[in-house]
Design a protein around this ligand. Sequence first.
Ligand code: ZN
Length: 407
Amino acid sequence: MSITKALGCLIIRIEDILGSDNVYTLTGAEVLMPGGTLERRNVVVQDGAVARVEGSVGGAVGESVDLGGLILSPGFVDIHLNGGGGASFEQGTSEAIQKVIETGFQFGTTGVVAAINTAQREDRMRQMAALADYHASANDVLLGVHLEGPYYHLDQRGAHHPEWIRYPDPGEYGAWIDAYGDLIRIVTSAPELPGGMDLIRTLSKADIVPSIGHSMATDEQVDEAIEAGARMVTHIYNAQSTYTRRDDGKHLGVAEMGLMRDALTVEIIPDNRHLTPRMQQLVVKVKPHDKICITTDAIEATGQGPGTYELMGGKVWVDEEVAYREDRKRHAGSILTMDRAVRNVVAAGAEVGSALMMATEIPARTVGASTKGRIEVGADADFVVLNTSLEVVATISRGRVVYSADA
Ligand SMILES: [Zn+2]
């Protein structure tokens, strides 16, 4: 029986089982264990959570579903996602948010930190209000918000609207934290701006991850930012300083400091354009794998094909691989999916278990999503079932099958 056909049966079986009883056991899979090893295990799912993780023999409870040697990974956790399937989080309707989340299911994503980009003050607050409403009613997949901007260096603005970029304003970010402090998981900013270090200190105190990005910071400034509480570098090698020689001597940039400093976890966009295959090889070779988060930075055009789209206050042009501003010089997000990202990182030299960990356990841990990213007792029953080519066969969210490849 072909894998697809076998999984066709699997899907029906799980749905049947869930109709009658909330307990089932997934057997015969190579399970991604915390720490990144693949081991043959039986996983008991009850009421949408992992109830037990057993050896490969015995321990089954309820109906058993044999995965026949497929890989069972925690569902992917994308901590930098803008949109997909023609919708974006910034549109601020529950239908749009739902559409982005459902599009992610096709690619194995079961946990999302919604990225919203540089905007005018009122628009930013309106977008957060919509995401907070959605999160209050359905928080299985939406883990929080990643604020990209507006406190960016103009020379590293990428596709962000220059008129909306500004210096850190304690009145403004204080209002975000007061109203949505529990929702905001990551804020990307340029620490070298006036007030930039104070922003990082304030975020850190509020238990929000301060991330360095769209920044011209020197190596000294990055170290100062780490001292202030910075813990991440956003989309490494994109919209940030690298090695330079200036009048006052030589400096490493944000990218090299991101690779070197253990205090910093780095986001990668391994779509072969934001990071070329060789840049992926570099990061995978020099950065500890438990400090790398695979992200997509994907926009609404994901899954929609080439064309022009309205985004961040302007037109964006999309080809088969990436999005640009119309001048075609600056990227404007990707159309990458998490499954393809994992395959590319494996092609760049990472072990399968390591690459999967960069797409699951590490991003979940980075944003403090304690029930996501690991297959262990008490974790959410969020899984992606993959074949040996790392293609998505099925996606399970809180114990329910939300996508199957042959459906
Ligand atoms: Zn960005």
